[in-house]
Write a protein that binds this ligand. Structure first.
Ligand SMILES: C[S@@+](CC[C@H](N)C(=O)[O-])C[C@H]1O[C@@H](n2cnc3c(N)ncnc32)[C@H](O)[C@@H]1O
Length: 278
């Protein structure tokens, strides 16, 4: 039975807002100029995601890169589809500046928030979003808006992080204090539910674990800060990483150091391809 979409829309005023968008924007803007040096996970995941799109990648006329960052994947869309018009959308003006400087063509840059999409009904054939939707305040509302912005035959294609991501860092911090240091990530079931509530069809979901390895705990923290993903929603102000604190955190990380002496950090990645067509 088809679910009534309008019933599922939650009035944004009623959402208990936990994300300080200004702070998220500031973190990503601060990272924009050096983001590409640290974005190896984002590259791997985004390439895999692009590979899942199939034929539509060369056939579509309009593409939205939702949370485009520095425009790396927008530029790839330019290469694989020589005609499509791109819209590059991001919360951070500094990220969009990098996209422009990369020389992405046939492209319009729009600054905005994934939770308040400014697009017209049925504006896009393809919406691509790589490792962005974990920053949404309310995934169902966000997906309802993406579905509305898609043509009837349009496709949504996104990757996001699942619960269990950054678990090692979370466990290590737990040995130090009771503050919140890691953002909350949704379960696969919650993402599936949001897709169903927002009226998407033929939903294909796959998951994958990526384990990144670092030489010490400072490198772990630098990796998150380097891409701008260091703002913690609803968290206490970041503590200054003095020597004593680093030592404590190193100690808490011990169970997650492998035989080569490397500090493991896991990412649980979820890939989704879904059709707008009812
Ligand atoms: C991890 S980066 C991914 C960037 C790009 N998709 C890539 O694969 O390299 C996350 C991006 O999402 C953007 N972002 C975070 N919260 C957002 C929001 N509420 N609305 C729009 N963009 C947002 C950030 O500015 C950042 O550019």
């Amino acid at each position: 039975m088809q679910t009534s979409i309008s019933n599922k829309w939650i009035n944004p005023k009623q959402i208990d807002k936990k994300i300080n968008k200004k702070a998220v924007q500031a973190s990503f803007s601060k990272a924009a100029a050096h983001y590409d040096q640290f974005a190896d996970l984002q590259r791997e995941v985004g390439h895999h995601l692009m590979g899942l799109i199939g034929e539509p990648i060369i056939q579509v006329n309009t593409i939205l890169d939702l949370g485009c960052g520095t425009g790396y994947f927008s530029a790839l869309f330019n290469e694989v589809n020589k005609a499509a018009q791109l819209t590059c959308f991001d919360l951070s003006a500094e990220m969009l500046k990098q996209t422009t400087e990369r020389g992405v063509t046939r492209c319009q840059c729009v600054q905005g928030d994934i939770d308040v999409l400014p697009f017209m009904t049925r504006q896009f054939d393809l919406i691509f979003s790589n490792l962005v939707l974990q920053w949404s305040e309310h995934l169902t509302n966000c997906l309802i808006q993406t579905k509305k912005a898609l043509n009837e035959k349009g496709q949504l294609c996104f990757s996001t992080l699942l619960n269990g991501s950054l678990i090692e860092l979370q466990q290590a911090w737990k040995t130090v204090d009771t503050n919140k240091h890691i953002n909350h990530f949704l379960t696969q079931e919650k993402i599936q539910e949001a897709l169903q509530l927002s009226g998407f069809n033929r939903v294909r979901i796959t998951t994958e674990t990526h384990v990144k390895k670092y030489t010490n705990v400072i490198e772990v923290m630098k990796a998150l800060k380097g891409i701008g993903a260091n703002h913690v929603h609803d968290g206490q102000k970041n503590r200054t990483m003095g020597r004593q604190l680093i030592k404590q955190l190193e100690k808490g990380y011990q169970p997650f150091i492998d035989n080569d002496g490397l500090y493991n950090l896991s990412y649980q990645v979820c890939y989704v391809i879904a059709d707008a067509k009812s």
